[in-house]
Every structure is written in C-alpha cells, then in structure tokens.
Ligand binder design. Structure first.
Ligand code: HEC
Length: 345
C-alpha cells in the first residue's frame, strides 16, 4: 500500500511539466484514459475529456484569448465550469455540445470550424463520442472545494484594449505623437492636433487634446481607434472585448505603417538594433537572426527559442528580402503585432 502511494506520487510529480508541454506543442492529444499525453495519466474525469478532445482543438486554443486546451485548469475554468458552455446535468442545453454538433447559435456554429464532429472522430483526432460527452455532462459533479481558491495558473487572458494597443505599439517601436502630427506651429501640443498624411495615426477619441477637424482625413484617426474596439466615454461606448475581423484588419494596416515609420525614423534603434538596411543574408544572416530575437523579446516580452527565430527568418524575413530589405523588416516587425502573445494580456 505504501509503495503504491509512493509510486503514484512520483508519477504525478514527474508529469507536471509535460502536461503543459504537450498542450503547447500542438501535438494531437492522447486518448481518454491512456497514458499518451506525454506519459501522464489524466488527472480525473475532466482531464480525460480534455485529452480526448484535445487533438481537434489544441492547435487553435492553447494560447491567445481562448486557451481552453492549454492545461486542465484552463479547460475547467474556460469550458467545464462556465455555464455558458457546460450546463451541469443538462447536456442538451450545453452550448459545448451544440458547438460540436454544429448547431450552436452564437457567432460560431461549429468547432472545429468547418468540420463535422463525425469526420473529426473518424480521423482519430478526438477519441470520444458525443454520447459519451453527454454522459459526462449528465454526471458532472460540482466543482470540488479544492478548486475554489484562487489558482495561479487559472487563465484570465484578455485581448489588449485599443488604447493599450496604441500606447504599447508606439512605445515598442520608438515612436511618439510627434511622428504623427504636425508640429510646425509653436504651441501645437496644446491645440487640436493635425494628423500628418499617410502615417495611419490612431488616437483615442476621448483623449486630449483632440484631433483637428480641419481636414477630412483626420477623422480617420479616431475612426480607426473605434474600429480597433476602443471605448468612447462621451458616446457611452464600451471597449470591445472581442477581436473581430475589422479590428484585426485595422491593426494589420496600422502595424505595417508604424513599423515602416519606425524603421525610417532616423536614429531609432527600436526595430533595427543590430543591423542596418544594407545588411543582407548573403553576409549577415547571424546578425539578422539576432535582431529578430531581440525584436521577439521586445515585442512579445519573452526570449525566443532558436527554432522560433529560424521560423520567422525563413518564413517572414527571407522570402521578402529579395524585394527589399526594408520590406522584409517591415513584415517581420508587423508579424509580431499579429502574434497571440502580443494581442493578449
Ligand atoms: C482552426 C482553429 C480552431 C480549432 C481547431 C478550434 N477552434 Fe474553437 N475557436 C476558433 C476561433 C477562431 C474562435 C473565435 C475566437 C474568438 O472569438 O476570439 C473559436 C472560438 C471557440 C469557442 C468560443 C465560441 C464563442 O462563440 O465565443 C469555443 C467554446 C471553442 N472555440 C471551442 C473549441 C473546441 C471545443 C474545439 C475542438 C473540438 C475547437 N474550438 C477547435 C478556432 C478554432
């Protein structure tokens, strides 16, 4: 008896790191009740369900604002114990089941998008039937007392708000409002600002001192901010908590224009620290990769693994270099802004 306890303790401790690792490397999870998830046994019934579904979900839901499959606690906090998705004891009114059956009435009728559950099951990416999932929901127990306390790894990720996007991107790229507005008049700072053309300036509608209404083009500055999902207190507009296609499109345009501005700004080393626009892969691939690594750290807030650097170099930077070093760096810089770790907080 003692030995058995001791052994299971060892197994659990040895597995802790692997659970997260498997979820993040995107490998199609294991089968319910087996040891396929990096050799770790499921930690209870909910974990069995997570592992049984994981293969069809983890690739899109391990980071970002819906990291349901990043860990057991993410799965439980985000899906299992959120009434919006799972109604304990009532599978037929649980949106998770509808989502898998393709009959959900929200913005997304089907998960994974565009594939029937039957096809996903047949391909082996999930290892549990809808009926078995319904049984699990019917028998689901209330969350145990052990889970009631605050959990350090519970997920509470949200998208960056529009104002946070504006300020953090300016800061990361070494830009200030002076790069976007007309500063030719003394006292410009305290009067309405006039946006300079072609720079895709974005500025919160409520913030002082306001954008000049003199030029038609200027109204786009605040329109873009609102498209990004920004709040407007005076209009009673709340920040948009989702990140829809219109916001993403604005962000992409903004990131490209701003990265270009940052690269062209003289003396600005925010984007190009260890290389210049005359350095190419022919002689400077090491320096170029080092610069990608430093941009990764600067923009995503964590050091890049060598494999990440290689991937960005080969897939974003390299293909564009022949058309121009500047274009390659603009694309590289802008690609970080689309990264889930940049978009989420
Ligand atoms: C190809 C990528 C992809 C796969 C695979 C995928 N999802 Fe999603 N899922 C998305 C996207 C995109 C959204 C919307 C994200 C957003 O609104 O921020 C989403 C949203 C969701 C939502 C929230 C829906 C809503 O209306 O708010 C749930 C729940 C969900 N997915 C569950 C799953 C489950 C369970 C699986 C596996 C069976 C799965 N997803 C597989 C891409 C995917």
């Amino acid at each position: 008896m003692r030995n058995a306890l001791f052994l299971s303790f060892l197994v659990l401790v040895g597995c802790e790191g692997k659970v997260g690792g498997t979820a993040l490397d995107g490998g199609g999870g294991g089968g319910g009740g087996t040891l396929e998830d990096g050799g770790c046994p499921p930690q209870g019934r909910n974990d069995e369900i997570r592992l049984a579904l994981s293969g069809a979900c983890v690739s899109c839901h391990s980071v970002g604002n819906k990291p349901y499959f990043a860990s057991l606690s993410a799965f439980e906090n985000g899906l299992v114990y959120d009434e919006k998705w799972v109604k304990r004891g009532d599978p037929d009114n649980s949106a998770l089941i509808k989502l898998l059956e393709g009959t959900n009435t929200g913005s997304y009728p089907q998960m994974p998008p565009g594939q029937t559950y039957a096809a996903v099951l047949a391909s082996g990416r999930v290892t549990i039937t809808i009926e078995e999932l319904k049984t699990w929901i019917r028998e689901l127990q209330p969350r145990g007392a052990v889970n009631e306390g605050p959990s350090p790894d519970a997920f509470n990720v949200r998208r960056l708000r529009a104002d946070e996007m504006v300020l953090s991107l300016m800061d990361q790229l070494g830009l200030t409002v002076e790069d976007f507005v007309d500063t030719s008049q003394t006292g410009w700072r305290d009067t309405e600002w006039t946006a300079r053309g072609g720079r895709l300036f974005v500025w919160p509608t409520d913030w002082a001192p306001g954008i000049s209404g003199q030029y038609v083009s200027d109204s786009r500055t605040t329109e873009r901010y609102e498209t990004l999902g920004g709040a407007v207190v005076l209009q009673g507009r709340k920040p948009d908590v989702s990140l829809g296609p219109a916001a993403m499109q604005t962000l992409v345009q903004m990131s490209q224009a701003w990265c270009k501005l940052a690269i062209e700004k003289s003396g600005n080393t925010a984007v190009l620290r260890g290389v210049t626009l005359t350095d190419t892969s022919a002689t400077k691939s090491t320096e170029i990769k080092a610069n990608i690594a430093q941009l990764h750290l600067r923009m995503l807030g964590e050091p890049a693994a060598p494999a990440d650097v290689d991937e960005i170099y080969e897939q974003v930077y390299r293909p564009l270099e022949p058309t121009g070093v500047k274009a390659a760096w603009i694309a590289t810089c802008a690609s970080f802004v689309r990264h889930p770790k940049w978009l989420a907080y």
